[in-house]
Design a protein around this ligand. Structure first.
Ligand code: UD1
Length: 410
């Protein structure tokens, strides 16, 4: 399994914390890595892809301004905020755009950095922050935000004193970035738990770090198997990172086999049974697998209730599923899905990364041809999606070419 999108982008930003040559390995060949590479180049870094390794050479004095034209394409570029502020004492980052999946505030990022002594203003579409040197602080997050946890941890590693983050996010991607930071010389305890303690150090050194496998891509393949009565083996993703997901799939009737920490197999002989799904921060059911879960519900036996607790407006793509004949209704944070034996192929439009992948899976369960438009969304998160589907026996064809060259042709 390729490296996780939601980890690699943050590892790339964390490289800014140390002058010199950081190597991030197991990088996925996705559009977001191309965009993040450009963000780093504009900050003065030299970024070169070599196979599945990204070599990032960070200057002694990086530039500290990230422009809107790139940040709007990649919300995750906000993760340069913590590293640049703590290393350079100043940063100006455009307010992000990214997926249209709800209003995603930055209030917890900002409040956390302010507690550490930063002065932060919001001017002309930019977050502008400055400080002599950040100091350790006790920070309680209102919600275990992944991005806020990452920005605060990456800032705290070079702060003076100890930072304690309570109600921190526990995602495997947080554990991954903390592992890289620790290898760089940071002092971090509690990664993967709700309380992370960081003792600031004076400087960090560049390292080579392997990106954790992508549990969301792995989970998408698991849903693909369960929906299509298929048999898929995934290697290089730790099944422990998908505990709740694999349990759910077992409840649909699929046979789930785990191979230690190395991977898993999902095989389904029959039509899936409907299951209820509630998204929650890790270790709960991931919001990024909400769309495949709804897609499964559309062809399952029975009715399922799917509840989204992390983002607003993640149900936009349900209207697209309806074009395939799906019986799915939404009300606030809930969707009620009544499964059908078969869907009916039609033109649909991807509205975000996961919705795009889920619509393709639904298309595999539909009579006739389904044409998915705006597949550039899928390029943002799924490397070689079409060839991988073909290798699993799916009848799928890409009509448009990617509009931006993907790594390793960086
Ligand atoms: C990351 C992932 C995304 C995943 C999400 C939750 C990346 C690039 N993206 O997004 O794929 O779906 O984690 O697992 O890693 N919030 C605030 N104020 C803040 C921060 C967040 O209100 O300061 C809210 C957001 O609006 C959202 C919720 O908290 O409703 C979760 O956000 P967060 O965990 O921060 O997600 P991201 O880091 O943006």
């Amino acid at each position: 399994m390729v490296g996780a999108k939601n980890s690699v982008l943050k590892l790339m930003a964390a490289a800014l914390l140390a002058e010199g040559r950081t190597e991030v390995t197991n990088i996925p060949r996705i559009l977001d890595v191309t965009i993040m590479s450009e963000v780093l180049r504009r900050l003065g870094c030299d970024v070169v892809a070599d196979g599945d390794t990204l070599v990032i050479d960070v200057p002694a004095e990086p530039r500290t301004e990230a422009d809107y034209d790139l940040v709007r394409q990649l919300r995750a570029s906000i993760c340069v905020l913590g590293p640049l502020l703590t290393r350079c004492g100043h940063v100006k980052v455009a307010l992000p755009g990214g997926d249209a999946i709800g209003s995603r505030g930055l209030d917890m990022h900002i409040a956390g950095l302010e507690r550490m002594g930063a002065e932060i203003t919001n001017e002309h579409g930019f977050v502008i922050a400055s400080v002599d040197r950040l100091r350790g602080a006790d920070i309680v997050l209102e919600f275990p935000s992944v991005g806020a946890t990452e920005n605060i941890v990456t800032a705290a590693v070079l702060a003076k004193g100890t930072t304690v983050i309570d109600n921190a996010a526990r995602e495997p991607e947080i554990v991954d970035i903390c592992a890289m930071l620790s290898a760089m010389g940071a002092q971090i305890d509690g990664a993967g738990t709700s309380t992370i303690v960081v003792d600031g150090v004076d400087a960090l050194r560049p390292v080579t770090h392997r990106t954790v496998g992508d549990r969301i891509v792995a989970g998408t393949w698991a849903f693909a198997a369960a929906m299509t009565r298929g048999d898929v083996t995934v290697r290089g993703a730790d099944p422990a990172h998908l505990d709740v997901v694999l349990e759910k799939l077992a409840s649909t009737g699929a046979e789930v086999t785990r191979y230690g920490t190395e991977g898993f197999r999902v095989a389904a002989a029959d039509r899936p049974r409907a299951v209820d799904v509630v998204t929650l921060p890790y270790p709960g059911f991931p919001t990024d697998l909400l769309a495949p879960a709804i897609a499964l519900g559309t062809v399952a036996e029975g009715a399922s209730m799917v509840t989204e607790n992390v983002f607003d407006a993640r149900f936009m793509f349900v209207n697209e599923l309806a074009r395939l004949g799906a019986d799915a209704r939404t009300d606030g944070h809930h969707a009620v899905v009544r499964g059908k034996h078969v869907l009916s192929g039609a033109p649909v439009r991807a509205t975000d990364i996961r919705a795009g992948a889920a619509l393709v899976l639904a298309g595999l369960c539909a009579d006739g041809v389904t044409e998915v438009a705006d597949v550039h969304h899928i390029d943002r998160g799924y490397p070689d999606f079409v060839p991988q589907l073909e290798s699993l026996g799916a009848d799928v064809r890409r009509v448009t070419v990617p509009d931006v060259e993907l790594p390793p042709a960086l």
